[in-house]
Design a protein around this ligand. Structure first.
Ligand SMILES: [Zn+2]
Ligand SMILES: [Zn+2]
Length: 68
């Protein structure tokens, strides 16, 4: 799978993640990981909740929409 944004720009690049909002595959350059503060109780520090967004979704609004 190739990065959607790179493909649009005419330079297909291998994708490493999928945007949590729009579902687009993104390369390291076009993805932005958002760590949710807090996380589930009882699991401190072990596994921080993380969501990955493409740069377009990360730049739109607050970037981290917690509402499914
Ligand atoms: Zn890209
Ligand atoms: Zn997106």
């Amino acid at each position: 799978m190739n990065c959607l944004l790179c493909t649009i720009q005419g330079q297909p690049t291998a994708a490493v993640a999928v945007c949590n909002r729009c579902g687009a595959a993104v390369c390291p350059e076009h993805c932005q990981a958002v760590y949710t503060p807090g996380g589930p109780a009882g699991h401190p520090g072990h596994h921080r909740p993380r969501r990955v967004y493409c740069t377009e979704c990360a730049g739109a609004g607050d970037g981290a929409d917690e509402q499914e």
